[in-house]
Write a protein that binds this ligand. Structure first.
Ligand code: HEM
Length: 166
């Protein structure tokens, strides 16, 4: 078995800062989720119509995905396949690579709202790295769906079945 931290993309300092703020956020899970979506739609109102499920349930999903990633900070290989799979599901939900930039802004604003002075420059740098690394893992899945479906000719698909394309 590899020693803790040996496959981690995060430094010890980053792991410590992320865990310390996560401990403060756990009791605020619902507020975190709702604030994150409020901040996301503020930064990118056009994303609102991508969501079809109830936002309360939906936003808890992001929190839980982050919780899994925070728990795996020191043993990152454990979470990589789950994040790639999540990225594939995002692609089917119509999420695009550029949408992540809005979530990144929303995430920092959410931390500022909820953590106040406990969200200093060290925390900001650590969480930014966390988001970049999580995004990269998800993008590997998202891009694989994009490349699988790019040659899919929907016009021919519908024509061959005697239907008109939508
Ligand atoms: C680090 C980034 C993200 C994480 C961790 C994340 C997490 C999740 C989770 C856990 C779900 C629940 C369904 C499932 O397990 O497949 C989900 C669904 C979804 N996510 Fe994300 N997400 C991220 C980024 C984004 C971004 C940037 C958008 C922008 C539009 C987005 C839009 C959606 C949509 C539309 C759904 C489907 C829900 C529905 O149909 O209402 N996600 N996401």
């Amino acid at each position: 078995m590899e020693p803790a931290g040996s496959n981690s993309p995060f430094s010890e300092e980053e792991r410590r800062r992320i865990r310390e703020s996560w401990v403060l956020l756990v009791p605020l899970a619902d507020l975190f989720a709702l604030t994150l979506y409020r901040r996301l739609f503020e930064a990118a109102p056009h994303l609102r119509n991508r969501f079809h499920t109830d936002l309360g349930t939906q936003s808890r999903g992001v929190f839980e995905a982050f919780a899994g990633a925070v728990a795996a900070l020191a043993d990152w290989n454990r979470i990589r396949p789950a994040l790639a799979a999540l990225g594939r599901r995002q692609a089917y939900a119509g999420v695009m690579e550029e949408d992540l930039a809005f979530l990144r802004i929303a995430l920092h604003r959410t931390f500022e709202d909820l953590l106040g002075p406990s969200y200093g420059s060290g925390e900001r740098v650590a969480w930014d790295r966390f988001f970049q690394v999580v995004s990269e893992e998800m993008l590997s899945g998202l891009r694989s769906v994009e490349s699988e479906t790019k040659d899919c000719d929907t016009t021919r698909f519908f024509r061959d079945r005697g239907a008109n394309p939508p």
